[in-house]
Design a protein around this ligand. Structure first.
Ligand code: UDX
Length: 476
């Protein structure tokens, strides 16, 4: 049985909160620190503040017991052996990560160090941040033998963050001393030894006693680069398939068939080859920009990343053109929009391509009636309701009398629409699907004109505008 470690987690955002409750689930004692008193009060009261599977149950089980919430970083530092920094690293105007929160936390930790501490960067940070944290702590008078700075990046996806944390593909520990590495190895021992997976009532996932996750020990700099390179590579994979989808549209091929054909090559793999309206979220756009900026600062040509970003921006413009190709003019059109979150299963709208598209449609003079199962509250803060922007109560409410239905987020419910009902609810049976949730043949069989990404447009033969560019007639 592994020994519990006294852990502090600084920051209670997506990464910090998930890490805090998951460390408790692994048997450790955790203090989660945030300088926002309202947040701390809400978390103490059991409000998770974010939409994340398994989080409410775990928070309920451990709050005010194995996980304490506080604003007192000094006290949390004194009582902990490992202090995880999980504060935000927003994007600055130049694309760099803004590390001022990380620096502020590092200085404050330094002022309270009362014995050997391992300070762990969990936030996504550029290479050399570790070095800077070390310098900041030393400048505050802490002796070199009283601390180490470790890089332990997180690879959580929103929506499945708890499962990803407890059943990771790999754990990366970037440490330049054996002492620090040993502390981190002890933190993750319940997972790497498999002992966590032997227990009852655990969060289910792919790891098991027989197949526990691997822990990779690296240098601090390698760990920092692993995180940025992983996200940049995934973003590249998405931009790649989006570029291929554009080619498929031009050549009248089917990108879903192409993606399957590529993905079956075990060296490539089938994941992250779903074409769409571009990647969004709090990580990919920010991390690609930050990685590009790091490369630039270090004199390394990494223009590939600029192309990845360019394709991603263009993908939204292409979708807008697609809407135009189906509806001709956009001014005065009433459009039903399904999905505002940057992907399904989350209420997060940060860098959401769906939000960008709604803004573009409104700028073109269309009226939008949008529905999202979880993200409408947040969306309304970004795009207030107005005479041309309404938030619907249901899918049907959004679709009623709309000139077309646009699918912008891959929520599971949007892939199970009652097509017969939808046909009568819409003013015109036109569906423009930015996530390829439907089979074109099925849509045309139900009498829809159906436009999707990287696949031929289908339209019932009685339609007259099927000869326009990009439109292909399939007999209904
Ligand atoms: C991502 C990484 O997956 C995770 O490892 C990292 O820690 C944080 O960033 P997340 O932002 O939660 O996680 O979402 P993810 O599921 O990776 O999707 C990111 C974006 O890419 C979404 O907008 C999604 O719709 C899009 N996407 C994803 C595609 O367009 N096609 C795909 O094939 C996969």
């Amino acid at each position: 049985m592994s020994q519990p470690v006294q852990i502090a987690v600084v920051g209670s955002g997506y990464v910090g909160l998930v890490a805090a409750v998951c460390f408790a689930e692994m048997g450790h004692n955790v203090v989660c620190v945030d300088n926002d008193e309202r947040k701390v009060a809400a978390l103490r009261g059991g409000d998770t503040l974010i939409h994340e599977n398994h989080l409410p149950e775990l928070l309920e089980r451990y709050r005010n017991r194995r996980v304490q919430f506080t604003t007192d970083l000094a006290e949390a530092t004194r009582t902990s052996d490992a202090i995880f920094i999980a504060v935000g690293t927003p994007q600055s105007e130049t694309g760099d990560a803004d590390l001022s929160y990380v620096e502020a936390v590092a200085s404050e930790i330094a002022r309270s160090i009362n014995g050997y501490k391992v300070i762990v960067e969990k936030s996504t940070v550029p290479v050399y941040t570790n070095e800077w944290i070390r310098r900041v702590i030393e400048r505050n008078g802490v002796r070199r033998e009283d601390f180490d700075v470790v890089s332990n990046p997180e690879f959580l996806r929103e929506g499945t963050a708890v499962e990803d944390f407890l059943h990771p593909d790999r754990i990366v520990v970037g440490a330049d001393s054996d002492r620090a590495s040993a502390v981190l190895n002890a933190v993750y021992a319940p997972l790497t030894s498999g002992s966590y997976y032997e227990q009852k009532d655990i969060v289910p996932g792919c790891c098991s006693v027989q197949a526990p996750p691997a822990l990779l020990n690296t240098s601090t700099k390698s760990a920092e680069i692993i995180k940025h390179a992983s996200n940049a590579f995934l973003a590249l994979k998405i931009s790649f398939i989006n570029a291929v989808s554009n080619l498929c549209e031009a050549a009248d091929a089917n990108v879903e068939q192409v993606a399957r054909g590529i993905g079956l090559d075990s060296r490539i793999g089938p994941k992250f080859l779903r074409p769409g309206i571009g990647y969004g979220g709090s990580c990919f756009p920010k991390d690609v920009a930050a990685f590009r900026s790091v490369a630039e600062q270090m004199g390394v040509d990494f223009n590939l990343l600029s192309e990845v970003e360019k394709i991603n921006v263009n993908q939204k413009k292409r979708f807008l053109s697609k809407v135009r190709s189906a509806l001709w003019t956009l001014r005065g059109k009433k459009l039903a929009v399904l999905g505002l979150a940057f992907k399904g299963d989350t209420d997060d709208i940060r860098e959401s391509p769906a939000i960008d598209l709604v803004e573009m449609l409104l700028a073109e003079g269309s009226s939008v009636v949008a529905y999202d199962p979880a993200a409408m509250k947040r969306a309304e803060e970004e795009i207030p309701a107005s005479d041309r922007m309404r938030y619907a109560e249901s899918i049907e409410d959004a679709a009623r009398d709309a000139d077309a239905l646009l699918i912008l987020t891959d929520w599971a419910d949007f892939a199970k629409l009652d097509l017969q009902k939808l046909h009568t609810t819409l003013r015109y049976p036109i569906v423009i699907d930015g996530r390829n949730l439907y089979d074109p043949q099925q849509m045309v069989a139900h009498g829809f004109t159906y436009l999707s990404i990287g696949r031929p447009t289908v339209t019932p033969s009685r339609e007259t505008h099927n000869a326009l560019p990009g439109a292909v007639t399939v007999g209904a």
